[in-house]
Ligand binder design. Structure first.
Ligand code: 26V
Length: 809
């Protein structure tokens, strides 16, 4: 039984404050109250957690393990309160004690253990798995330093280390008993035994201790608590062994440092060899420790031969990052369990399923063979054998592919191609939106699709509506519940019941008011953090995502510059005032992306301080975009910018979050935007720009000419010349952007799509003026967003790939 009354919660707070801090609650700081509330909630969670674990042990259901180098879980206190059914009582209790709930929740650091969409997706999936009562757990790495903290200095991005663990983190429980050793380096010897069998001896290895920190993943009001296990790398020497050595030798210090690096930071730069080596070590560290735990648990719970592993275990690998799990499983089955190759391969390929998240070539992982050989000699032997057998298979059984063997091989030209390893070693390969999966099947992985047509499938991404609506936008959630009841929380498709309200003017008024309040809150935040005043009556036009050329923040800022040029020429131009809001981090070594950040910041400071345009447009670039900032921005958005070059954004998930919060999408026919359009239909979404086939045709025929557009479209000529001639100050800072676009022939078709983008924004302006047109569209978007709940996605993974069952009560 959880705490159901406000008074009981207050009593608990008082008791805990006394026992933890020996204080009266009135004297406690926000930080102390944060730890107090965490402790109370954790005690409740722990009861359900033990119960869930016990049930899994007794009932031995098939379990799914989600292996991922990234989990962007966000802050957990408030979402745990919601899922435990305690948010309301906690809020009331805090208020009665004169604390502000939001302030308490914001005491929590936001663990940045991921880069963007891929890591956040993993977190949404865990939430849905637990909520739908599926036995499903995550394995990841507990990086000491998460995603860098972004600061703008003079408009440039600078990166500060994110040491999120400086204060105790209440949600990860260290479990030293379950620590396991991971072996790197060393030499491999094969011994022939008397019975003719072969024993593998892996000696002189560098061992690293993997210590698990378990984070509870709480289902929504269902008493299920699954586990996210995050591994930390430590020295395997016990304190006793260390003390022996009195003074640590240099060699030992160096070894310690190299161990610390493994779970030291997220995604180190992999452009140089040291970076690559570290990345491989991180990946192997994750898979070796996770598989050891999975296999140990299987043996303990099931007492079955490992032949039966695929009946009880399925492992989803999140992109190729954990695909060393495939040879690692082979190693364990053969070297530790005595299976022959064929049996081990049969088991392995029935356990793994692989999700692809991008078709961008620069993002496809390839590791130099010599690095794998040095770092993981036994894994290298196994990958070689996988490659050998796969190529033989192609040669003998697929003569039509003989000349394609080097393109398909797992090892070619001195590199291990991780995507090929993942495809060959899995029973399922999925893309993350319909278009993306079609591109995999018909273009990027065409030959593999020909080989294994049954392996390929689509699972369109989703987001947890509990965090992204119920938690982030309580006013909207309450309004929805007031109108259609609360069943949408368990069954998000029921949001379609809102469709009957598109002409209900009382409802529309309330909806407008909720949005206005959310905009006011964001405006306050903007004022506090930037000093800039924005008008909550203006259109909040939002682009929030990683900074990347294919995502085309540059197209957005070109549109802003165009409007500014128009306003300068005609200050009385009749446009609805707009606030353009950006949030984006660039990879630290991505020069062009950083130039775009500087450009947006420069344009912002010119526009925001120009009295001539009478505040008709404002540009706000919020620093340090992350999960918790997204929770502030999304409820306040009117317009959602989803403007990637068609074919490049595998799915997108921010698009879904914004739709669910009543923003209208300006988007290309790319990723999941297409499926959003299928749901809401024209004219409830603003689609513009080239389609994927058109982009492909231009590439194939080499018939695109960016220079011609630059010369013929006067609006573009003006913008580009301003960049070239230093109109935005800083001498000729942005000349690079000008030259880059023209000398590379604008590979992301920014100039090509500009015209239709501008026209589409004119329609947005026209629509917004007439709220009787705008508001019903926002209702239609919210109503159809239920399809994009990760509950639907997880249901599809569970029945289509994992074949797992819900835990029954
Ligand atoms: C990684 C890199 C790394 C090196 C340089 C360039 C580059 C470009 C893209 C990536 C993305 C790697 C995979 C990824 O995060 N994909 C995202 O996955 C989301 C969840 O499925 C999906 O919504 C996004 O569309 C997709 O970009």
């Amino acid at each position: 039984m959880t705490i159901k009354s406000v008074d009981e919660f207050i009593q608990n707070i008082k008791k805990k404050t006394k026992s933890l801090y020996d204080k009266q609650v009135e004297k406690a700081s926000n930080t102390e109250l944060y730890y107090v509330v965490c402790a109370i909630v954790k005690e409740e969670i722990e009861k359900d957690w033990s119960k869930t674990n016990r049930e899994y042990q007794e009932q031995q259901p098939k379990q799914v393990y989600y292996l991922s180098m990234e989990f962007l879980i966000g802050r957990l206190l408030e979402s745990n309160l919601i899922n435990m059914g305690m948010r309301e009582v906690c809020n009331e209790a805090l208020k009665k004690l004169n604390f502000t709930p939001k302030e308490i929740y914001e005491e929590e650091p936001d663990p940045g253990l991921g880069n963007g969409g891929l890591g956040r997706l993993a977190a949404c999936f865990l939430d849905s798995l637990a909520t739908l009562s599926y036995p499903g757990h995550g394995f990841g790495i507990r990086y000491q330093y998460g995603m860098f903290e972004q600061r703008f200095i003079n408009g440039y991005q600078t990166e500060l280390p994110d040491y999120w663990l400086k204060d105790p983190y209440p949600w990860g429980t260290r479990n030293e008993q379950a620590a396991t050793e991971v072996k790197f380096g060393g030499t491999v010897r094969m011994l022939e035994l008397d019975d003719g069998s072969i024993e593998i001896k892996h000696e002189y290895t560098d061992n690293v201790l993997a210590v698990p920190y378990n984070v509870p993943i709480v289902g929504y009001e269902n008493e299920i608590v699954n586990t996210l296990c995050l591994w930390k790398a430590e020295s395997p020497l016990s304190p006793k062994e260390r003390n022996y050595q009195e003074l640590l030798s240099n060699e030992q210090l160096e070894r310690d440092h190299s161990i610390d690096q493994i779970s030291g930071m997220l995604y180190p730069n992999d452009s140089d060899d040291e970076g690559k080596m570290l990345r491989i070590r991180q990946q192997y560290f994750l898979v070796a420790s996770s598989l050891a735990k999975i296999v140990t648990d299987f043996k303990e719970n099931n007492r079955l031969s490992l032949h039966h592993l695929p009946e009880k275990v399925v492992i989803q690998i999140n992109d190729t990052h954990p695909s060393l799990a495939i040879p690692e499983m082979m190693r364990m089955l053969m070297d530790e369990e005595g299976f022959g190759w064929d049996e081990a391969w049969e088991i392995t390929t029935n356990v793994f399923a692989y999700t692809n998240h991008t078709t961008l070539h620069e993002a496809l992982e390839k590791w130099p063979v010599h690095m794998i050989e040095t770092l993981l000699p036994r894994i290298h032997m196994i990958i070689n054998e996988i490659n050998e057998r796969f190529c033989q298979h192609l040669w003998h059984n697929h003569p039509e592919l003989r000349d394609k063997i080097p393109d398909l091989a797992v090892i070619a030209y001195g590199q291990v191609h991780m995507a090929h390893l993942a495809i060959v070693g899995s029973f399922s390969v999925n893309g993350v939106a319909n278009l993306h999966t079609e591109i995999l099947k018909n273009q990027e992985m065409k030959n593999f699709y020909h080989l294994y047509p049954d392996r390929f499938n689509n699972k369109t991404n989703g987001i947890t509506h509990r965090r992204w609506l119920l938690m982030a936008n309580p006013e909207l959630a309450d309004l929805i519940t007031e109108k259609i009841g609360n069943q949408w929380i368990d069954r998000p498709r029921e949001l379609t019941n809102l469709l009957r309200c598109t002409e209900d003017s009382a409802f529309l008024d309330k909806l407008a008011k909720v949005k206005k309040n959310n905009k006011q809150k964001l405006a306050n935040y903007i004022h506090e953090t930037t000093g800039i005043t924005v008008d909550e009556h203006s259109i909040f036009d939002v682009q929030i995502k990683r900074l990347h050329e294919y995502k085309r923040q540059l197209l957005n800022i070109f549109h802003v510059i165009y409007l500014y040029n128009e306003l300068k020429a005609n200050p009385n131009l009749d446009i609805v005032p707009r606030t353009f809001i950006f949030g984006a981090k660039a990879a630290p070594s991505y020069y062009f992306a950083k130039e775009v950040i500087k450009l947006i910041n420069t344009v912002a400071s010119i526009i925001n301080h120009d009295p001539e345009i009478k505040d008709k447009i404002k540009v706000i670039f919020l620093e340090n975009y992350n999960t918790s900032l997204a929770e502030k921005i999304i409820p306040a958005a009117d317009v959602s910018e989803q403007i990637s070059t068609a074919g490049k954004e595998a799915s997108g998930t921010g698009n879904m979050k914004l739709m669910m919060n009543g923003a209208l999408t300006v988007g290309t026919l790319d990723g999941a935007n297409i499926e959003m359009k299928d749901q809401v239909e024209d004219p409830n979404i603003f689609i513009f720009g080239l389609r994927e086939e058109e982009v492909s045709d231009y590439h194939r025929n080499q018939s695109y000419n960016a220079k011609e557009i630059y010369q013929t479209d006067e609006r573009i000529t003006e913008i580009m010349d301003e960049l070239r001639d230093g109109v935005f100050g800083q001498d000729v800072e942005f000349k690079d952007i000008y030259y880059h676009l023209l000398s590379t022939n604008d590979p992301y078709f920014i100039l090509k799509d500009f015209q239709s983008y501008v026209e589409t924004h004119q329609q947005v302006d026209q629509n917004y003026r007439n709220q009787a047109i705008w508001l019903p569209k926002t209702v239609i978007n919210i109503a159809h967003s239920g399809k994009f709940s990760s509950d639907r996605t997880i249901q599809e993974y569970a029945s289509g790939i994992w074949k797992i069952e819900k835990q029954v009560k």
